[in-house]
Design a protein around this ligand. Structure first.
Ligand SMILES: [Zn+2]
Ligand SMILES: [Zn+2]
Length: 642
């Protein structure tokens, strides 16, 4: 047998015999690591430690100290769920049960479950965990597998698709129960410290609406009871802050049935926040020499064929027929911007050309996947496309990374970066991809930032740097991105005249500082629990007249001193206490209480949403503070404690 080269996370290379398993390689590195090995990640895919390696690859060894071990454990918990379910309901039929970022699910059919049933199943799961059954990988012939699943069309479908090339196929067995499965798993059911079944939902087989509906049971699992408790507490907090709930309470947006699913309507309060967000990045873009363009929502599919979207993206596109000609709503803004660029004659002196557009796009997600603002059909990207000379890539990418840093810091969001490399479905030559990936790697190396490599997660037209930021609840979100594209310039035949008077190809950079406004807005609502920083708040100040006699004074303050801000007067004939309570509920950063004393002295009493109060304040002092707080985009109202 010949040798293969295994590249380890620190970049070192190890030559091992072809057919060595993940575990063999771990033992080669060191006997301690060998015996601690639970699984491996081969070129980005989580696999069992007994997986043989036949080709050069990147390998990460997974021990019970690795982050990925939780995924392994949760996959085992999905199996324990399925075993418990079939103990209690032998008629239940299993479809598919993978781990997820938050836990696991199993899609099942043949049984009607309600919340109370979940408690019984959970108790049975703990019996299985306490029994500490060994979890063993067993290989069976395809024939045997098909026999076993004579009555289960879902497992047969898996045998015919994902497992089509496998003979034998792998099963995982615990006690008298087994599941067709690639693994990996923990060694025994007792390794699962704590489980909780969370909820029941409906799902389509393969996520396809044309298929039958299955029951999806969600659960989660952890190594310890205390980890589970922490998770459940955070989940409860997240429910309190749910942007769908706050969106309604604060009158920010709605997604009514009548307008269609995944098509949000922004109310005046929501649009006020959005306009501030738009102005913020528009100003950043202005400062970096971007030109603003605008493109329509609909194009001939000819354009989408030219851009490659039609081949790679058509399932996600809304297509329509107009006078026997096919059109598509835009799923991305790039082809429009490339076409704008193509209308000009460019010399090397004109480059980089930088276009910005807050452009609405449409992507046909499965209806079952739609949720609030986090998954929608229509959303707006703070999109930017740069057309640059190859030698300016590094400078431009650096500027964009600085912009993204400024955006995330402004909202007090920590972040991590990752380099996402060539996916399976992609356009362009090997050479172009290698060149693009190495340039982004150079920028990241030069920045001194730590970064991850996400193998195969790049866009179909080029590699990218993705930013994942963490919100106040410790959840991670994607959004900002910088993508290099050597392919679209080819497809659109984009050129500029170089110093040598020859035609050259510019490189295209796609970038977004927020990502989508919808997703970013949703995260901000939950991150701040509706308590927007004053610069974003739909209503920044509410004036509360103590009695109707003070309304005139309130109007005077509003017009004469606070005209530059979003100020409302609470003129309902309520008690001051009730007015204060309402302003709190509406999450207004500042309240100005004005009674006879204030009116006579020409002052105000300032309250903030933390219930701090400062009396006898000169209005101009307050206004000057507000100006600096809003101007500097400070996170919390900080006048009273100043
Ligand atoms: Zn499995
Ligand atoms: Zn783009």
């Amino acid at each position: 047998m010949s040798d293969i080269v295994v590249t380890l996370p620190d970049g070192s290379e190890l030559e091992v015999e072809e057919g060595s398993t993940v575990e063999d390689v771990a033992y080669e590195i060191g006997p301690g690591l060998g015996s601690d090995t639970k699984a491996g990640i081969v070129d980005g895919d989580l696999v069992d430690k007994v997986e043989p390696l036949y080709e050069d690859c990147e390998l990460v060894i997974v021990t019970d100290q690795s982050d990925e071990y939780l995924r392994v454990l949760r996959h085992s918990a999905a199996h324990v769920f399925a075993q418990a379910l079939q103990r209690l309901y032998p008629e239940a039929k299993l479809a598919i049960g993978p781990p997820t970022d938050e836990g696991f699910y199993y899609d099942i059919t043949g049984v009607d479950l309600d919340a109370e049933d979940l408690e019984d199943i959970e108790a049975e799961m703990y019996d299985i965990i306490d029994a500490d059954y060994d979890i063993e990988r067993v290989e069976r012939s395809r024939e045997e597998a098909f026999d076993l699943y004579e009555d289960n069309e879902y497992k047969r479908d898996i045998l015919e698709t994902e497992a089509a090339d496998e003979d034998p196929v792998s099963f995982y067995v615990q006690d008298d129960w087994q599941d067709l499965c690639q693994g990996p798993h923990v060694e025994s059911t007792g390794k699962i410290g704590a489980v909780e079944l969370l909820n029941i939902a409906a799902a389509y087989w393969r996520g396809d609406e044309d298929n039958e509906t299955l029951t999806r049971v969600y659960g989660t699992a952890f190594e310890s009871e205390s980890d589970l408790e922490n998770f459940l507490q955070r989940r409860e907090e997240a429910k309190e802050r749910d942007h769908r709930k706050l969106g309604q309470e604060l009158d920010l947006f709605s997604i009514p049935d009548v307008t269609g699913p995944g098509l949000p309507l922004y109310h005046p309060n929501g649009k006020t926040v959005l306009r501030e967000l738009e102005d913020f990045v528009d100003d950043l873009n202005d400062a970096e020499g971007y030109d603003f363009v605008e493109t329509p929502h609909l194009f001939r599919t000819e354009l989408w064929k030219k851009s490659g979207h039609y081949d790679n993206y058509v399932d996600d596109m809304f297509l329509l027929d107009v006078n026997d000609e096919e059109y598509g709503l835009k799923p991305m803004n790039c082809p429009g911007h490339a076409t704008v660029f193509n209308q000009g004659n460019w010399s090397y002196r004109d480059l980089p050309v930088r276009y910005a557009e807050n452009g609405k796009v449409y992507r046909k997600e499965q209806r079952g996947e739609l949720s609030g603002l986090s998954r929608v059909w229509a959303f707006t990207i703070d999109d930017g496309h740069l057309f640059v000379k190859p030698e300016s890539i590094e400078r431009e990418v650096n500027v964009i990374m600085d912009q993204i840093n400024e955006v995330l810091e402004t909202f007090d969001l920590d972040y991590e970066v990752a380099l996402a490399t060539r996916p399976e479905k992609s356009v362009g030559s090997d050479e172009i991809w290698e060149q693009a990936e190495s340039q982004l790697r150079d920028v990241l190396e030069a920045s001194g930032m730590d970064y991850d490599i996400e193998s195969g997660d790049g866009a179909f037209y080029g590699p990218k740097i993705d930013f994942a930021f963490e919100d106040a609840l410790g959840r991670n979100w994607d959004g900002p991105t910088v993508q290099l594209d050597f392919n679209m310039p080819e497809r659109f035949d984009l050129t500029y005249t170089g110093e040598d008077n020859e035609e050259h190809r510019p490189v295209m950079i796609h970038r977004a500082l927020y990502g989508s406004y919808e997703r970013f807005f949703m995260v901000l609502i939950e991150h701040f629990n509706g308590n927007f920083p004053t610069w974003l708040a739909p209503e920044q100040v509410r004036i509360l007249p103590v009695s109707d006699d003070n309304i005139g004074y309130a109007k005077q303050l509003q017009n004469r001193y606070l005209g530059d801000f979003r100020v409302e007067i609470e003129d309902r004939s309520w008690t001051v206490g009730k007015k204060i309570q309402q302003a709190h509920d509406d999450r207004v950063p500042y309240m100005l209480v004005v009674g006879d004393n204030e009116q006579e002295a020409g002052t105000v009493s300032v309250r903030d949403r933390f219930e701090n109060e400062r009396k006898d304040v000169d209005v101009e002092t307050f206004r000057d503070h507000l100006e600096s707080e809003v101007g500097e985009k400070r996170i919390e109202p900080d006048f009273v404690e100043e």
